[in-house]
Design a protein around this ligand. Structure first.
Ligand SMILES: Nc1nc2c(ncn2[C@@H]2O[C@H](COP(=O)(O)OP(=O)(O)O)[C@@H](O)[C@H]2O)c(=O)[nH]1
Ligand SMILES: [Mg+2]
Length: 377
């Protein structure tokens, strides 16, 4: 068993009691709390610095299987999960409806790209390049044009398909997650934490979403069940102070990776956006290079508004990596291309489901492969 050490600070507000539904919604992969074992709500402690005892080397906790299994490994998994996207659906029948190599085919392709949220600039560029090559008789048939489109799409994404590398020289390597409400920040942190833990890295989480008690409890519940330390100060605490505390604790314990959650905020909320800048500033007091990664989480179903979000967040904190979540749902998928073209910010991960394994290192080829048919046949 993991034993827990709690440090209480009397000046903070008491945490709210949370429903198990709150927790279940937050971490679908986590086991449902059994009976009275709802850990995060039991202590009256306002400030919880939850650290697992160091001597717990064996038996990693295996969470019970959630309803949906993880997507199959490799390209088939991407294909299975992205099949429902508007992108895949509109391209599915497109070439069979327009088997001839002509302007109609190109018009259909342009419409499909626009409908899938690829954006006007990228869609026009892609189609005009295909048109030129078609006029130059570069394509023998529509199949050849499809292959060219696939290659062009991969080429658009290849420069941003740069995985996040944890620099061992930065200890701890600080990842600050940002983004608007409900995009999947906390869930992504849980998935990332699982990944890093499986890689054997010493890890710590900071519950920097101090707006909602449920958000703090989400991380604490996850941390307790998985033996990962979570630094929190409860609801309404100063987010910058949580980040500062966490980095201090992580430094003193020789932690390798610190992942800080933040409250979701709309890019139009000036005060909250300013708070993000403050979190980054405060981290830099302890480590002038922190945060080493500002990971912005984008909901793949958002559409073109994602562009605006990234632009606004980048004005406050230098966004160094993106995670595009919920690509398994009703996401159109095309926003990934629009983001790549507009910013060139590395896309680190893609969320293609709710299981930890469904947070995939972004793979340009697998992604394009999942969206377009392989051939017309
Ligand atoms: N289907 C699907 N759902 C996701 C994914 N990532 C997050 N979610 C869901 O999105 C909802 C909001 O996630 P949460 O992490 O609380 O968002 P936050 O407000 O940004 O922290 C939750 O119901 C998650 O299960 C994903 O990749 N696929
Ligand atoms: Mg959250």
């Amino acid at each position: 068993m993991v034993s827990w050490f709690r440090r209480n600070k009397p000046e903070s507000a008491a945490p709210r009691r949370l429903s198990t539904e709150d927790l279940a919604a937050a971490f679908p992969d986590a086991p449902a709390p059994a009976g009275d074992e709802v850990a995060p709500t039991t202590p009256p402690a306002p400030v919880v610095d939850t650290v697992p005892a160091p001597a717990e080397p064996t038996t990693p906790k295996s969470d019970p299987a959630p309803e949906a299994p993880p997507a199959p490994a490799g390209k088939p998994g991407w294909r299975e999960r992205l099949r429902g996207s508007a992108f895949a659906r509109s391209f599915g029948g497109l070439f069979s409806r327009n088997p001839r190599l002509d302007d109609d085919l190109l018009d259909e392709i342009e419409t499909a790209l626009l409908t899938a949220d690829v954006g006007v600039t990228a869609s026009t560029q892609l189609v005009e390049s295909l048109r030129k090559r078609m006029k130059a008789r570069e394509f023998a048939d529509a199949n050849a044009l499809l292959r060219a489109l696939r290659a062009d799409l991969v080429a658009l994404l290849a420069p941003v398909a740069l995985p996040l590398r944890i620099d061992a020289g930065r200890k701890p390597f600080v990842i600050l997650t940002v983004g608007v409400n409900g995009v999947g920040k906390t869930t992504t942190i849980g998935k990332l934490a699982r990944r890093y833990k499986d890689e054997g890295r010493a890890l710590m989480l900071a519950a920097g979403d101090t707006f909602r008690a449920a958000a703090v409890a989400q991380l604490q519940a996850w941390g307790e069940r998985n033996g990962v330390a979570v630094v929190a100060q409860g609801q309404n605490a100063d987010a910058a102070s949580v980040a500062f505390d966490a980095l201090q604790a992580a430094k003193s314990r020789g932690v390798e990776v610190l992942i800080a959650d933040t409250a979701g905020r709309l890019h139009t909320q000036g005060g909250l956006m300013e708070e993000l800048a403050k979190v980054a500033r405060v981290l830099r007091k302890l480590d002038p290079e922190a945060p080493h990664e500002v990971l912005m989480v984008i909901d793949g179903t958002t559409g073109q508004n994602a562009i605006n979000q990234v632009r606004k967040f980048s004005e406050k904190v230098p966004v160094t990596g993106l995670v595009v979540t919920k690509l398994d749902g009703t996401a159109k998928g095309g926003v990934v291309f629009a983001l790549a073209r507009e910013f060139g910010i590395p896309i680190r991960y893609a969320g293609i489901g709710e299981r930890p394994e469904d947070l995939r290192v972004f793979d340009a080829e697998a992604f394009v492969d999942a969206l377009l048919p392989e051939s017309l046949g």
